[in-house]
Design a protein around this ligand. Structure first.
Ligand SMILES: C[S@@+](CC[C@H](N)C(=O)[O-])C[C@H]1O[C@@H](n2cnc3c(N)ncnc32)[C@H](O)[C@@H]1O
Length: 247
């Protein structure tokens, strides 16, 4: 496994152990979820620990468009929040599958699924640059704040396209860089340093999707990132994008 991926795994192993990056707000878990873009209805019945673990960076509008019976694949599923929300939408005739590099994340998501009696989910340890799923087996691929961690975005988009059925959709929420940090050694930069080495800007990101063969690549929303970990040296230099594309 490349060194960059080993470091990501170490970092997220720690996050899995501590149960997330941000404490539950005063308004409880529902308000925490709303702050991250999930409606109360979407998280109803979803394990609280998964909501608490949510490490995404945008409103998962993709989840709202899922249909009963669909097979959904979440790239970098973390504690499983988007998988659990998707599983409710696709229902017992569908399935939501999560893949994550970090064993502790997958263990946690599996435990939460077992405790919550959630049967139409699967979690696999794996690298999204080399997906452990059959070709043309997936209706919808989703991913929340993961792909720009990788130095090999071309492989991820190639694999996502291989996994999708013809006509299948890809929905992504991710952060991109618009300018380097104003102070590279500012306090708080440690948690961003590795991500900044791998992350690209919007143009390169969209090009990688198109080069993998995706069509109808569209940015559906774009706003300056102001979530957990944001520091003054990066303010206005990281943007949260919602993207969609078709195979
Ligand atoms: C910022 S968290 C997002 C987790 C989840 N999508 C969410 O919204 O809560 C990034 C996750 O991606 C996983 N990850 C990063 N790079 C990966 C890769 N190359 N293959 C698989 N998983 C990866 C990490 O282990 C971590 O769980």
């Amino acid at each position: 496994m490349p060194r960059n991926r080993k470091k990501i795994r170490q970092q997220y192993r720690q996050v899995a152990k501590q149960g997330g990056l941000t404490p539950t707000g005063q308004g409880g878990i529902a308000q925490t979820a709303r702050g991250r873009g999930y409606s109360t209805d979407q998280i109803k019945g979803v394990p609280e620990e998964a909501v608490q673990m949510g490490l995404g960076c945008g409103n998962p509008t993709a989840l709202a468009e899922l249909q009963p019976g669909q097979i959904v694949l979440d790239l970098g599923s973390g504690g499983g929040l988007d998988v659990f929300v998707a599983a409710k939408k696709v229902g017992p005739t569908g399935k939501a599958i999560g893949v994550d590099l970090t064993v502790e994340m997958v263990d946690k998501a599996r435990r939460l699924a077992a405790e919550g009696g959630c049967r139409n989910v699967e979690f696999h340890v794996g690298q999204i640059e080399n997906l452990p799923v059959a070709s043309e087996s997936i209706d919808v691929v989703i991913s929340n704040c993961v792909i720009n961690h990788s130095l090999d975005k071309a492989a991820i988009f190639r694999e996502a396209r291989r996994a999708l059925k013809p006509g299948g959709r890809l929905y992504i929420s991710d952060l991109v860089v618009t300018a380097p940090p104003s102070e590279p050694d500012a306090p708080g930069m440690e948690i961003w340093a590795d991500w900044l080495k791998a992350a690209c800007g919007k143009g390169e990101y969209l090009k990688a999707m198109e080069q993998a063969g995706f069509t109808d690549v569209t940015v559906t929303a774009e706003q300056p990132y102001a979530g957990p970990g944001m520091i003054p040296a990066l303010a206005g230099r990281i943007v949260s994008l919602q993207l969609t594309a078709r195979k």
